[in-house]
Design a protein around this ligand. Structure first.
Ligand SMILES: Nc1ncnc2c1ncn2[C@@H]1O[C@H](COP(=O)(O)OP(=O)(O)OP(=O)(O)O)[C@@H](O)[C@H]1O
Length: 304
């Protein structure tokens, strides 16, 4: 993805002491030449921090998202250039000329491009890619060389550019569609563990992303946080739930907390599949209903 698109999302980047502490630690590791890995559950700000860090580093950015289908070729590069053309003669119908050209040329893929030019690589959710695909990173991060595939004639080893930096993110709570990080790879990066934001940061992000005034956003965030702390949900509601509730309510001008829709927004968003459903204790048919009752109680407590 190109830089200006990546950095557009940084315009409302919030810096509280919690966020600043993370940035300072990460920048210290990067300056000492280490790859940084933000590890944490969904919605804890991993990707946003990675992008902000990349912006601070000030080099061109290559952003990739881990993918089960990735092969080493997708990351390092391969030979490309097959061309086939068909010429049909409109006057002599029996004439059909087919021309095939095999003109293979090496094409760098994203990691090679970043390593060669000293870009900053953000590898988001890297544990979604197979270890076989990610193996290429071992020598890049360890010995600072990229071993090129045999088909890349002439250039067997590429020295890693001194300005190359790698930033990784992963979610240790994901269990479907992810692979265990190889010990050797984990050993070559410095991992910073993230958890849900502190209250001050969650309020600041909610205000920045929704436009809601602070006094109102405080109450929204407190309900979401109390709900989060209440129990073991299958998916814990994240800061995205606070942002979504605040956005919807803020857009409804003059909506009073006594209006049934006001409460319904909390129930819909906090019980929805996207922001944190549904299993308190054992899953059963009433799970959603009981979750809704928890939200209602919290709402009544904070808005009475
Ligand atoms: N420092 C910040 N300033 C402003 N907004 C932020 C900040 N950190 C996170 N956010 C917002 O919080 C939400 C979650 O952040 P982000 O997507 O970075 O989390 P994540 O851990 O990468 O989540 P996931 O694992 O689900 O992809 C996003 O809407 C993001 O814009």
């Amino acid at each position: 993805m190109r830089d200006h698109k990546i950095f557009q999302s940084m315009e409302k980047f919030v810096q509280t002491p919690y966020v600043q502490d993370l940035i300072e630690r990460a920048l210290a590791y990067v300056r000492a030449g280490f790859p940084v890995h933000f590890r944490g559950p969904a919605g804890t700000g991993k990707t946003t921090l990675a992008m902000y860090l990349a912006q601070q580093i000030g080099r061109q950015v290559v952003l990739i998202h881990g993918n089960d289908d990735f092969s080493p070729t997708d990351l390092v590069g391969g030979l490309q250039g097959y061309k086939m053309s068909k010429i049909v003669d409109n006057f002599i119908h029996s004439v059909l000329k087919t021309e095939e050209q095999l003109n293979l040329r090496w094409q760098d893929a994203c990691i090679t491009e970043a390593v060669r030019n000293g870009y900053t690589l953000i590898y988001d959710e890297f544990t979604r890619s197979k270890p076989e695909a990610n193996n290429v990173l071992l020598s890049i991060l360890g010995e600072k060389v990229l071993e090129m595939p045999i088909v890349r004639k002439g250039e067997r080893y590429l020295q890693v550019h001194p300005h190359f930096t790698a930033i990784f993110t992963s979610n240790p709570e994901e269990y479907a569609g992810v692979y265990k990080t190889q010990d050797a790879l984990r050993d070559r990066m410095i991992t910073i563990d993230l958890n849900h934001f502190d209250e001050e940061t969650e309020i600041a992000i909610t205000v920045a992303k929704s436009g809601m005034p602070v006094e109102k956003a405080e109450r929204v965030v407190r309900i979401v946080r109390s709900f989060r702390e209440k129990g073991k949900y299958e998916f814990t509601p994240t800061v995205r739930a606070s942002i979504a509730i605040a956005k919807v309510i803020h857009l409804q001008e003059n909506l009073d907390a006594g209006d049934p829709f006001f409460k319904q927004v909390f129930i819909d968003i906090l019980t929805s599949e996207t922001c944190g459903t549904v299993t308190i204790g054992k899953t059963n048919g009433n799970a959603k209903g009981s979750t809704a009752r928890v939200v209602e109680q919290l709402f009544d407590r904070y808005y009475s």
